[in-house]
Design a protein around this ligand. Structure first.
Ligand code: GLU
Ligand code: ZN
Length: 233
């Protein structure tokens, strides 16, 4: 097995010290193990995109000597991509996410949700009043194919959610924190495809880490609670 790690910043601003530290660990671990260190750009949140941030991130990493083997590079002021697992910029991978979301819908692991923001807010308020953790109530999970098609044809807005099974334990092992187990009842039916057709971070990261053969994920502690969701995906 070739060790493969990725640093996957979002071009929403300039590189900060925490990101630099994560990138350094990826680089060191990959190199120690004769592996590969990949730089992927996670730009699926179009509302937070900052012009020039990607070029700046790449420059800053190289300035610090953290050189990647694969992914996105800037050469002669042009963005170029190198490696056999590309594209490495998520907004250029939309057809790939479409393919996998279709698979998840076909086998019942994902479903269309047409709930309005008003409805979601109301459900959340009610849950809060009952001292429950606010979670999507699976209102749309059993909609028939025909009903879904009719709504889409009528131009209704939708998102696609992950259909989390009830009461399964999700376990993963973290090198710093040890084995962590969380029950699926604590995990929301998260959105995989947003109403603008773009994948969410959670969905894109799982598809890409799989397709790019990532063997180890190094990231900040604030992402620990994301791991059970991503394991479910
Ligand atoms: N795009 C995420 C970020 O900006 C990557 C997090 C991860 O490592 O999965 O931090
Ligand atoms: Zn819904």
């Amino acid at each position: 097995m070739t060790v493969r790690l990725r640093f996957a910043p979002s071009p929403t601003g300039y590189l900060h010290i925490g990101g630099l530290r994560t990138a350094l660990y990826c680089y060191l671990y990959a190199n120690k193990n004769n592996g590969k260190y990949i730089l992927r750009i996670e730009d699926t949140d179009q509302t937070r995109f900052v012009e020039g941030a990607m070029e700046n991130l790449i420059d800053s990493l190289l300035w610090a000597g953290i050189k990647h083997d694969e992914g996105v590079f800037v050469e002669d002021n042009k963005v170029v991509q190198k490696g056999e697992f590309g594209p490495y910029i998520q907004s250029e991978r939309l057809p790939i996410y479409q393919k996998y979301i279709k698979e998840l819908i076909d086998n019942g692991h994902a479903y269309y949700c047409f709930c309005s923001k008003e409805r979601l807010d109301k459900v959340r308020e009610e849950q809060k009043e009952q001292n429950k953790t606010p979670m999507y109530d699976k209102h749309c999970v059993n909609m028939s194919k025909e009903e879904v098609q009719a709504k889409i044809a009528a131009g209704e807005q939708y998102v696609i959610r992950l259909n989390i099974p009830e009461n399964v334990d999700i376990t993963f092992s973290d090198i710093v924190k040890g084995d962590i187990t969380i029950n699926s009842s604590e995990v929301d039916d998260q959105v995989l495809i947003k109403s603008d057709g773009f994948p969410t971070y959670h969905f894109a990261v799982v598809v890409d880490d799989n397709l790019m053969g990532i063997t180890h994920v190094v990231r900040g502690e604030e992402w620990l609670t994301s791991t059970p969701k991503q394991k479910m995906i």
